[in-house]
Design a binder for this molecule. Structure first.
Ligand SMILES: C=CC1=C(C)c2cc3[nH]c(cc4nc(cc5[nH]c(cc1n2)c(C)c5CCC(=O)O)C(CCC(=O)O)=C4C)c(C)c3C=C
Ligand SMILES: [Fe+2]
Length: 437
């Protein structure tokens, strides 16, 4: 399938015309709350989303947890100077990417580059209507989560799928999905450059001994046990960056923002502490790189710049620095452009992948597809992708069906317990009243 080979046709007046599809690019992200007032709505959306977290009696408990978390969230946002960070930066990135692609990829242009936020605005519904208004025929979905997770990428994709069903049930727009991009060579190089730049801010004679911490958003262990590939994508991402860097420094992987007890560890705060215990008060230098984010928001501006930074000072870290988020860095926009263009090349069969090593370069960000439904059961297995790249028909078997099954097993168990309690209570009442009368 070569979607951008111009189709020629002769119109009613006998003139030769060329037709090519109008291309859309849809950046997906989590979305921040827009104001103090919006915080509760935002947190409620999050805690009632079963793809993000699974709670018993979710619609009730989720709302209670959101209510409890509201005050702290407002406090954090006020401390970092405002709201809407994710929405703002994704909007900027979308506009910059549009300009970049229109210039560097005229054969797929002009491009409509929009963004849609999972728990905020613009919503998936807004965006589908906008894409239809713009007459987009083909749209590349580009989740701005470098590593795939059910709780982030899949939650966004399922949300988008529901909006497509509601507003484009005739399937005017054809879709293609960039599953994740942590293994893309341009992205890996950008991370390595960013680390080297920040490392250069340390005194020359101390650079080799700076401790480098890669911090990623943590996830409930239960999701990993059910098959979420997020942790392994983070580890793979880090391994590749490490090999590009080839530095003698101590490198750590740690996890931040645990929302519960059984989440991936070690916690970033604990790693900071243990480094200072090893190196002694006043001796350790630390450089932090946020691995799972591509722009600033409370996770970087509060959790790293305030919480981790203050804790590092308390523990006696000599110098604590964070690599700047990519935000509107033109080099990051170039990386997004590269990923998009490689995706199109694969789609047009301009890149031939012959072995698994090569495949690894293209893994996850360039799946030949035109239907978002194929993704809503979970990530598509890389081995299947290799076959898929060499065949024109797409018969996908889904990797993560099991996640759905485990979720349903849990639901059935809960329903059975409630049924049992209901029957026991009814029997007790019947018995009680039959004794009375
Ligand atoms: C409740 C469970 C959560 C899971 C699972 C989770 C996974 C996850 N999150 C991100 C990225 C971000 N999360 C952000 C904020 C945030 N995350 C949770 C909960 C879970 N995240 C909450 C309750 C909050 C809100 C915090 C607050 O407002 O106080 C953000 C920042 C958004 C912002 O408002 O600025 C990001 C980004 C990833 C990548 C991920 C799984 C891989
Ligand atoms: Fe989160």
């Amino acid at each position: 399938m070569s979607i951008y080979k111009n189709i020629k046709y002769i119109n009613e007046e006998g003139k030769l015309h060329r037709w090519k599809p109008k291309t859309g690019v849809l950046l997906l992200n989590i979305g921040s709350s827009k104001s103090e007032k919006d915080c509760l709505r935002h947190l409620t959306c999050m805690f009632t989303d079963r793809d993000l977290i699974q709670l018993p009696c979710q619609s009730i408990l989720g709302r209670i947890i959101a209510l409890a978390a509201r005050k702290n969230s407002i406090r954090k946002h006020k401390l970092v100077g405002g709201f809407s960070f994710v929405n703002y930066w994704t909007g900027v990135q979308a506009e910059m990417l549009r300009q970049y692609l229109d210039y560097h990829s005229p054969e797929t242009g002009p491009h409509a580059v929009l963004h849609c936020q999972r728990y905020s605005e613009p919503t998936a519904e807004d965006v589908i209507q906008e894409l239809l208004k713009l007459d987009v025929d083909f749209c590349v979905v580009f989740p701005l989560y470098p590593q795939y997770s059910v709780s982030s990428t899949l939650s966004n994709l399922r949300n988008l799928d529901r909006a497509i069903d509601a507003y484009d049930s005739n399937g005017k727009i054809k879709w293609s999905v960039i599953q994740s991009f942590n293994s893309h060579p341009s992205f890996l190089k950008l991370i390595a450059d960013s680390i080297l730049n920040t490392l250069n801010e340390f005194p020359e004679d101390e650079r080799n001994t700076v401790n480098i911490i890669f911090t990623a958003h943590s996830l409930p262990l239960s999701l990993i046990e059910q098959g979420d590939i997020y942790k392994s994508e983070i580890e793979k991402n880090l391994k590749k960056v490490k090999s590009i860097l080839g530095l003698p420094n101590n490198i750590y992987l740690s996890w931040q923002s645990q929302e519960g007890k059984k989440w991936i560890e070690p916690k970033t705060l604990d790693v900071i502490k243990s480094i200072t215990l090893m190196e002694g008060y006043g001796n350790a230098n630390i450089l932090v790189f946020p691995l799972s984010f591509v722009s600033d928001h409370v996770e970087t501006l509060y959790d790293i710049d305030v919480l981790q930074n203050n804790y590092a000072k308390e523990c006696g870290v000599k110098c604590f620095k964070r690599c700047e988020s990519f935000n509107d860095d033109p080099r990051f926009i170039e990386v997004l452009g590269d990923i998009f263009m490689d995706h199109i090349k694969i789609l047009n069969h301009d890149i031939k992948v012959t072995n698994e090593d090569e495949l690894d370069h293209f893994l996850n960000f360039a799946l030949v597809d035109n239907n978002i439904k194929k993704y809503i059961d979970g990530p598509i297995d890389s081995k299947k992708k290799l076959n898929q790249l060499h065949s024109n028909h797409s018969n996908h078997v889904f990797y993560n069906k099991s996640i759905e099954r485990v979720q349903w097993n849990k639901r059935y168990k809960l329903m059975l317990i409630m049924l049992f309690l209901f029957i026991t209570f009814s029997l007790f009442l019947i018995n009680y009243f039959s004794v009375l009368y």
